[in-house]
Write a protein that binds this ligand. Sequence first.
Ligand SMILES: Nc1nc2c(ncn2[C@@H]2O[C@H](COP(=O)(O)OP(=O)(O)OP(=O)(O)O)[C@@H](O)[C@H]2O)c(=O)[nH]1
Ligand SMILES: [Mg+2]
Length: 427
Amino acid sequence: MKQPDHRLFVIRLTPRGRSAIASLLLAGRDALATLVPCLAFPSSGQTSVAQDDCASDIPVFAYFLLGNSREEIVLHFRRCDMIELHCHGGDTVVNAIETALIKRGAVAQTWQGGLLETQEPASSPKHLTLCGPLDMIQREALQLLPLAETEWTAQLLLAQYHGALSRQIQHVLNLLDGATTTTHDTSPDRAVQEATGILDSLLATYESGRHLTIPFRVEVIGPVNVGKSSLVNALVGFNRSITSQVAGTTRDTVSAKTVIAGWPIMLIDTAGIRETLNPVEQEGIARMKAVMADSDLLLLVTEACETQTGQLPQTMTIPETTPVVHVVNKIDLAEQQASWHFRDLPDTVPVSARTGAGLDQLTEMMMHKLHQSSDLARDDVAPSQTALVFTERQYSQLTSVRQLLNRGETASAIPLLRRNCFGLTPK
Ligand SMILES: Nc1nc2c(ncn2[C@@H]2O[C@H](COP(=O)(O)OP(=O)(O)OP(=O)(O)O)[C@@H](O)[C@H]2O)c(=O)[nH]1
Ligand SMILES: [Mg+2]
């Protein structure tokens, strides 16, 4: 016989550390019964809490009994199996209440784990349901949503929570199911071909999707004194980096976070590249090269009025796999714009960090490169309609499915897709 689900969780909703107020959530079928013996009430107020209070939206003031002392708390009943406890924010108080509840059988959970525990997995028997059955992808979106740093990325994650990616994968599943049954009205090969096409486009979105919560890393490199730091400052809108006409001003890597077209971007200013005997500058250049390996995009800055210092040493090589935008700075100084020998080079944008000329074109090209020319670089993207692969787990599972299809193993791909992408048990 199936055992009843009596799991009880105490979840810290607010981060550890000092704050005015902290919030805990007690979640599970036995939440009310576990909590009641720990409570006392002010003489002027109510004397206990019961099932009826769960239906009311009115917060209840109470004391949480802790040995000889008691702590003021405010209870809010989301439901009888989800009770919020709001208490003073000092760590000692929160720890004491959490420990008392653990002693009474609750299991401590982080808010991330708690978020998932309080959802009903699509395949499991009902236990705690906050918003209906969610598949594994939706649960991952829910978990990442609080980490989104911009409204745009939050909207995209919300779309995945509402099933944008799941619907696409469901469509792939339907096609593959159809291909393995004789009743399908198109040919099995055509259906598998369509499914692989959809999978390929989904896999291509991961380059963008993985940056919903982790900023893109854009490194600004180039010879000394061409205006790299000035460009970073112009892009972030404040003087993050020191600039001067003295070549070799920036010695270390300097990071500055900004948002471009709704995406979080980490701009990394670096030491100018030149042959130098100065050990500090050499170290700066070494750090610049080390950062280059992890960059999503390089902005290679040179200057329109190329001076002796503004040239890149011959020995400087750029990794072939990292996308590059060539930025020709200081166009305000170039007397005859037609004379720029850079202007016909591909992926080149002339700008002036001083006047701001060309910066819009630069950010547009940066987005185009970062999203690998996918639709996400376009202005008219409707977030609610956009399906994105956004976790490494999803990417590796979909890659495995794609490989099985490549080998013609459609029947094996279907359960993998059902189980590992959705968390569903195979039929
Ligand atoms: N006229 C003009 N001057 C600029 C522009 N951008 C930067 N400068 C000037 O060029 C000089 C060098 O600028 P930085 O931003 O310090 O150059 P950098 O490439 O970071 O230099 P290092 O850190 O030494 O490698 C400063 O005097 C800036 O004011 C520009 O667009 N136009
Ligand atoms: Mg600099």
